[in-house]
Design a protein around this ligand. Structure first.
Ligand code: TRP
Length: 345
C-alpha cells in the first residue's frame, strides 16, 4: 500500500518554541508511522524579511537538529534543507508567472508582515506563498499539516495547481482526458488542543516574532530560564485552573500546556488543578516543562556534537527530495513548453 505523502516545514529563524513542538512537530512525529513524510527547513522563506547572513547556516542546522531531537527519524522521513534543492526556486518562478498579483496582495499574513516592515517590503515577502506552493507541489504532497494561520496559503497552492497549471496546461491522453500535472493537496487539520498561546497574553499565539522573550519557552531554554518565564507568566486573580472560560485565556492555555507536558489527559489535569492557586500551580507547570524538554535537549546536544553525522542526514535527505522534486519540475517545464534538455546517450 502506498502511504499518502505529507510535506511540511518550519523557518530557521530564531529558535523553535513549545508552540512549534506541541502544535506541529509532535504531530509530524506521529505521522511517520502511517505516511510518507517529507520535512524541510525552509531557509529561502527566512530571507523574505531582513536576515543575518552570519546566522542563517547555523540556524538552519539548529532547526534540522531540533527536528531530529523531537523524534523525526531520518530513516523514516526525508529531512532536507529547502535551499539545497534548487527545484524550489525554479518552480516558484514558473508559478509566479501564472499567479495573479491580486491573489498575493490579499494574503492576510503578507498584509500583517508588510505593516511591520514599513518601507522595506521585499518582492520576496509578497511572493512567500508562491514559494510555499512550490514546496508543496514539487512533492505531489497529498496532505499538508497546517495550523489556522497557514490555511490561506494552502488554499492558494491548491488554486495555483488546479486553476493555473492543470486547467490551462494539462496535456491530453489518447482519449482526450487531461493528464494532471500537479497534485492538488489537501489540508491536514491537526487535532485540537495543540494551539499554544503566549505566556504574556493568553489570547495571542506563541510566536517567534514576539519581541518579548518572556512570551515563549524555547525548546533549548535551560531549566532556570523556563522556571523564570513561567513564574512571570500572566495570570488572573481567580483561584483554581480551568479550561474553556473565555474570561480566562491564560488559565486555559497554561492548564493545557500542563496536560500536554506532563502527559496527562485534559480531564486529569483539570481535576488535579481545579482548586489550585497560581502559586501552587506554576512550580508544577515549570517542573513538567523542564522534565518534558530534558530528553529533547540532551538529544539535541548529542546531535550538535557530531556535525558530520547531521550533515550526512541532510545530504541523504537532499538526494531523496531532489529525485522527486526534479521529476515534478521537469513535468511542469514540459507542459509549459520549454525546450527540453538533450537526452544523453
Ligand atoms: N509558511 C509556513 C509557516 O510559517 C512554513 C512553510 C513554508 C511551509 N513552506 C511550507 C509549511 C510548506 C508547510 C508546507 O508555518
Amino acid at each position: 500500500m502506498v502511504r499518502p505523502r505529507v510535506l511540511s516545514g518550519v523557518q530557521p529563524t530564531g529558535s523553535l518554541h513549545l508552540g512549534n513542538w506541541l502544535g506541529a512537530i509532535r504531530n509530524w512525529v506521529d505521522l511517520q508511522g502511517s505516511h510518507d513524510t517529507f520535512f524541510c527547513v525552509v531557509d529561502l522563506h527566512a530571507i523574505t524579511v531582513p536576515h543575518d547572513p552570519a546566522r542563517l547556516a547555523e540556524d538552519t542546522l539548529a532547526t534540522a537538529a531540533l527536528y531530529l531531537a523531537c523524534g523525526i527519524d531520518p530513516t523514516r522521513s526525508t529531512v532536507f534543507v529547502q535551499s539545497q534543492v534548487s527545484a524550489h526556486s525554479e518552480l516558484a518562478w514558473l508559478l509566479n508567472c501564472v499567479t495573479p498579483l491580486n491573489w498575493l496582495e490579499r494574503m492576510i499574513q503578507f498584509k500583517e508582515k508588510a505593516l511591520k516592515q514599513g518601507d522595506n517590503v521585499s518582492v520576496g515577502l509578497l511572493d512567500y506563498p508562491v514559494l510555499m506552493a512550490a514546496d508543496i507541489l514539487l512533492y505531489d504532497a497529498a496532505l499538508v499539516p497546517v495550523g489556522e494561520d497557514q490555511k490561506q496559503h494552502l488554499e492558494l497552492a491548491r488554486d495555483i495547481a488546479q486553476q493555473r497549471i492543470n486547467a490551462r496546461f494539462a496535456p491530453r491522453d489518447a482519449s482526450g482526458e487531461p493528464i494532471s500535472i500537479l497534485r492538488v493537496p489537501e489540508p491536514l487539520i491537526l487535532k485540537q488542543g495543540a494551539r499554544v498561546m503566549s505566556l504574556t497574553d493568553g489570547s495571542s499565539k506563541m510566536s517567534k516574532s514576539d519581541p518579548n522573550e518572556g512570551s515563549r519557552i524555547n525548546l533549548l531554554d535551560p531549566p532556570e530560564l523556563i522556571t523564570k518565564k513561567i513564574k512571570r507568566a500572566k495570570t488572573d486573580p481567580v483561584m483554581g485552573l480551568e479550561f474553556g472560560n473565555p474570561e480566562r485565556p491564560e488559565a486555559d492555555n497554561l492548564l493545557g500546556l500542563y496536560a500536554l507536558l506532563s502527559g496527562r489527559s485534559a480531564d486529569q489535569a483539570a481535576a488535579e488543578c481545579a482548586q489550585m492557586g497560581w502559586g501552587q500551580f506554576k512550580p508544577l507547570l515549570a517542573e513538567a516543562a523542564v522534565e518534558a524538554l530534558r530528553p529533547l535537549q540532551q538529544r539535541y546536544a548529542e546531535l550538535r556534537a557530531d556535525r558530520p553525522a547531521l550533515e550526512a542526514v541532510l545530504q541523504q535527505g537532499r538526494e531523496r527530495a531532489a529525485a522527486v522534486a526534479d521529476a515534478t519540475l521537469a513535468r511542469v517545464k514540459d507542459a509549459l513548453g520549454f525546450l527540453p534538455l538533450p537526452t544523453d546517450g
